[in-house]
Design a protein around this ligand. Structure first.
Ligand code: ACM
Length: 267
């Protein structure tokens, strides 16, 4: 049987804070310039930026899943036969979620609401209770987690147990640990993990954040197969074989899922 290969584009991006229209136009321009990938992965909150002055600003930058805004993504992905993933502020009945979408070939394939909120995100966002999700696109199983979810091994493990071969990880990282931690997350689950981080600095009133770049893809053996600079916007398209994530053996006698001992753990 022919191997199913996937071309994934990681877009290390610096959004303009509070300018959804400019950010989506810039994203479409990037995709037009870097043709040839199946999936384009953008960072967390790439439509809105990361810092918010007030809850009113969060509301102004939020989108319902049914918002006509998404028609543009449906049309664009349908014409180009691609998928786009990235983060946005989701509004559901006046509650706001730090969410990420995977939209492919004109369809909303997956909506994920961040489970583990980081620091001041707790002032504006509601943590997800809808959990980690896996969906299929071009016969490949994708899971999604957002940024700080990396700190909790349960995130990648849950997605792996749900069948993910490739974990999409939009991020706005500010701590220096994640990129190295993902080597272990990918290896202990024998999955691909693609992190699209942002670069640049964001400032509001008395807050300033510097994002760490170094986007990457780690393969199921824990090998970084691509890695980006710490501070430049850039795009790289990498071909992977997601079927490598189907082999969960780490020695001839050890399977990373079947050898778990849930009866010995505290959850
Ligand atoms: C983060 O979760 N944006 C650090």
């Amino acid at each position: 049987m022919e191997e199913k290969k996937l071309k994934i584009a990681i877009v290390q991006f610096n959004p303009i804070r509070s300018e959804i229209e400019k950010n989506i136009n810039k994203a479409f321009d990037i995709i037009d310039k870097f043709k040839g990938a199946d999936v384009y992965l953008f960072p967390e909150l790439f439509l809105s930026g990361y810092l918010f002055e007030s809850i009113d600003e969060v509301k102004r930058l939020s989108l319902l899943q049914s918002d006509p805004f998404f028609e543009r993504l449906y049309n664009f992905t349908k014409i180009k036969k691609i998928a786009i993933a990235g983060g946005y502020v989701e509004n559901e009945s006046g509650r706001f979620f730090n969410s990420a979408f995977l939209i492919g070939d004109g369809k909303f394939l997956l909506n994920y609401r961040k489970v583990h909120l980081f620091n001041d995100e707790k002032d504006f966002f509601t943590p997800s209770v809808s959990g980690f999700k896996v969906t299929e696109y071009k016969s490949i199983k994708f899971g999604m987690m957002i940024c700080f979810d990396w700190l909790f091994p349960e995130s990648a493990r849950t997605l792996t147990l749900k069948g993910a071969q490739v974990i999409l990880h939009p991020a706005n990282l500010v701590l220096p640990y994640c990129q190295d931690a993902m080597i272990t997350r990918a290896m202990e689950n024998k999955v691909f993990i693609a992190t699209a981080n942002r670069v640049g600095i964001e400032k509001i009133k008395n807050k300033i954040l510097k994002f760490t770049g170094k986007s990457q893809i780690v393969d199921p053996n824990g090998k970084r197969i691509v890695s980006f600079s710490a501070n430049k916007e850039s795009v790289k398209i990498i071909e992977i074989n997601p079927e490598l994530a189907n082999n969960k053996m780490i020695t001839t006698k050890n399977n990373v899922l079947l050898d778990r001992r849930p009866d010995q753990y505290i959850l």
